[in-house]
Ligand binder design. Sequence first.
Ligand SMILES: Cc1ncc(COP(=O)(O)O)c(C=O)c1O
Length: 384
Amino acid sequence: MTTVYTEESRALGVYARRGVTLVRGENAFVWDDRGNRYIDCVAGHGSANIGHANPRVAAAVATQALRFTACSNVFFNDARSAYLDLLLSVAPAPLERAFLCNSGAEAVEAAIKFARHTTGRVEVVSTYRAFHGRTLGALSTTHNPAYRENVGPLPSGVTFIPYNEPAALTAAVTDATAAVILEVVQGEGGVHPGTREFFAAVGRACREHGALLIVDEVQTGFGRTGRMFAFEHAGLEPDLVCLAKSMAGGLPMGAVVCSARIVATPGMHGTTFGGNPVCCAAAQATLEFILETGLVDAAAEKGEYLGGRLAAIASPRIREVRRLGLMVGIDLREKARPSIERLQNAGVLAMPAGPTVVRLLPPLTIGYAELDRVAAALEQVLTT
Ligand SMILES: Cc1ncc(COP(=O)(O)O)c(C=O)c1O
């Protein structure tokens, strides 16, 4: 029998649980408490790009934890400085400074505050199907009504426009717009990649009206889409980039990386745990691992390979497969949850993105043999 420990009765019921207790992970595999092994395409909700229990991250965490674990941001810190140097070395110009925090929603909150503070404007333009997090400020830019019910009022000043509609975007951005916020591939909203035309209109409108561009790379950052950051596919020049998830090998960490346009003053924002030395050491080891193993290019190649395997599945139940790198959405002509359950029983963990999309976010370190097994399991589930 599966042990659910005390979580089922003790943890507040905000999650739809999957009935499995995971106890161990190694690279792209996880094991439950009964010894069953799964190929993990949930990967901590996209936070395990470099695989579970990566030895390099484990060593960095252990070393730093024995050295120094809590350092206020009013003091400089060697681990934090080293990480900022490395992070900014992979951030394209004109990104040149970063604010470190602890999660994706916090990064979005901070980016909105920085944008309003810098421009002296209030209005923010976001998109339908966008997901930017669940704290009140981030939620004000997140579209799905199910997440917004009964928790308002949310901060005002946010307008939503349809994603991938350049004319709607152009009409919505004015001289009162502080920022446009968008994902390069909408993740939770169903794995919808943006178009070149849409991004060109975003760049034009922001330039014309002096609005800032916030790109939310919380899910797409650190190689997921086959580039270090997804906006590099898109020809965008963001002023603020939100990062989290895979930043620190699975440990909680987020960041806003900013251009020189962003004005910040002491006391206008801050966090106790942001830039924590242990998380910085983990993030340093993570990014070094990504760079030294060529993981970004590998993600592009593996994504191509998996895309080919998925395209070969002949099932009338598949409406469309959408993908950028190893960010994959299989849009079904039916509810996704039953297929996700059957995949789990077949040893593959996947997650939904909206009601009809089966989403795969495997570790970028996953092997080709495992990609074959994921494709085979999907074929079996979607053709029987
Ligand atoms: C694009 C995007 N932004 C923000 C968030 C929120 O991140 P977190 O859950 O770390 O607060 C998510 C989480 O899925 C996300 O996908």
